[in-house]
Design a protein around this ligand. Structure first.
Ligand SMILES: NC(=O)c1ccc[n+]([C@@H]2O[C@H](COP(=O)([O-])OP(=O)(O)OC[C@H]3O[C@@H](n4cnc5c(N)ncnc54)[C@H](O)[C@@H]3O)[C@@H](O)[C@H]2O)c1
Length: 428
């Protein structure tokens, strides 16, 4: 049923710009709360796929998408949907460019599309992760090219997305939502909007505090992961079991949160977001030393994993040159079909440079290239274990039979500490 705001007919309670890992779960939560949602994306194939009932992201099944379509969801490439929307959320990618500087190209182009179709009284919220000040200094002026004033004619807010793809416990509804408006009125309007489908709203002073909170969260993760990665490297030299050490420390009921080492950080957040803050503070003449050091340490992990693999082969009288090495799990985290910034790629590159024949097993990735070179896939885990000189467990996907890997792998390097140590199984 159509509703109106002032003289305007509202066809969509929400327009989501960017139908990816962030946009789709939001669209779903809003539809489940009874809102009418249009999704706008520049990727025609993705839009067609969605409207045909096929999900482009792990957190929604095809059945979920069909359910959305049966209710109040429609995907389109046409940004004119914005003109008939009560609220618009922008959740498009915020990557780094080739020189590792923030690339706000998708944010500015999505904002321009919104500006071209903006009507009075609309609420616009940026959710993409970005440097503090973006909403006020980049998004606001672009939207005001419409001739409408932020905080007077339309509402503008920032609310960081905290989605954790694959997390079975926390989703849009039960993850507290930080909201900052450019005026108190904008904050109230945004808080009321999210309150329709999120259990707890956390209002903050302004958009900068909301932008900064997200970067603090992700930098905290990045720094603590780097800390345990460095501890893992030291533990090897000191002949200490790092996994045992971490499990012991984690028994402290206060003042300690356990992070675990791994083959390197990946995905759209941890390797990228702190660079948005580094870039911002560099313009003020400062360095963000913690984040920069953490990035250096995390970036070293893929090479360290390869060095461990080479040493493991040597100890068993083998050589990396000519060895058949199979990577188990090449996504950036377990159970997610997302290969962005995955450490598997530099690991495959370094192994190839050492003369190894590299293959992979990953039920979630049908075709995979490392640094532009196609890597052969073995579909069956058992076949891979039967032929490999060494397997390196990078992502312990739920579907991997860990007992089989431990029992049948000729040599196994476990970068996640999930297999029991043995004659043939070495843990990071
Ligand atoms: N993936 C995560 O776990 C996660 C978690 C929290 C925050 N974030 C942040 O959320 C934002 C989006 O990330 P994502 O993982 O959903 O990205 P994604 O790549 O999965 O999806 C983004 C979508 O935006 C579309 N798009 C690009 N330009 C557009 C435009 N101008 N107009 C409309 N659509 C456009 C793309 O085609 C794509 O479908 C990023 O800033 C990211 O840092 C991501």
């Amino acid at each position: 049923m159509e509703q109106s705001r002032g003289s305007r007919v509202i066809e969509w309670d929400l327009v989501v710009m960017g139908l990816g890992y962030v946009g789709m779960p939001i669209a779903r939560a809003a539809v489940q709360a009874g809102l009418r949602v249009a999704g706008v994306d520049v990727d025609r194939a993705r839009v067609d796929r969605l409207n045909a009932g096929s999900s482009p992201v792990d957190d929604l099944s095809d059945a979920d998408v069909r359910e959305l379509l049966d209710q109040r969801f429609h995907a389109t490439t046409d940004p004119r949907a914005v003109a008939a929307a009560d609220t618009v959320i922008i959740c498009v990618p915020t990557p780094l460019d080739q020189d590792r500087r923030p690339d706000l190209g998708a944010v500015t182009s999505a904002t321009e599309m919104v500006a071209d179709n903006l009507r009075a009284d609309t609420l616009v919220v940026l959710e993409s992760t970005t440097w503090p000040g973006t909403t006020e200094q980049v998004v606001r002026p672009l939207l005001e090219k419409s001739g409408l004033g932020a905080g007077t004619d339309f509402h503008l807010a920032y609310s960081p997305e905290r989605i954790d793809p694959g997390n079975p416990h926390y989703g849009v509804r039960n993850t507290p939502k930080i909201v900052g408006g450019i005026t108190p009125g904008c904050l109230d309007r945004a808080a009321a909007f999210y309150g329709k489908f999120v259990e707890r709203i956390v209002p903050v002073r302004g958009t900068r505090e909301a932008e900064m909170a997200k970067l603090l969260e992700n930098t905290y993760r990045q720094v603590n992961i780097a800390l345990v990665n460095e501890i893992a490297i030291l533990c090897e030299d000191l002949v200490i079991d790092v996994w045992d050490t971490i499990s012991a420390a984690a028994t402290k009921p206060f003042g300690y949160q356990a992070f675990r080492p791994g083959p390197g950080v990946g995905g759209h957040c941890i390797p990228i977001d702190p660079s948005y803050l580094s870039h911002r503070v560099r313009r003020l003449g400062h360095q963000f030393q913690f984040a920069e050091l953490a990035q250096q340490i995390n970036d070293r992990m893929p090479k360290y994993v390869v060095d461990r693999a080479v040493r493991l082969l040597h100890r068993h009288g083998q050589c990396a040159n000519g060895a058949n090495i199979i990577l188990l799990g090449v996504t950036y985290k377990p159970d997610i079909a997302d290969g962005r910034e995955s450490p598997a790629e530099p690991i495959a590159g370094h192994l190839g440079a050492a003369g190894a024949r590299v293959g992979y097993v990953d039920p979630l990735i049908a075709d995979w290239c490392a640094r532009g070179v196609p890597v052969p896939r073995t579909e069956d885990l058992g076949d891979a274990l039967a032929t490999a000189d060494l397997v390196i467990l990078l992502q312990p996907h739920r579907t991997f039979d860990l007992d089989l890997i431990a029992a049948e792998g000729a040599l196994v390097l476990d970068t996640r500490g999930v297999l029991p140590r043995s004659e043939t199984v070495e843990r990071l």
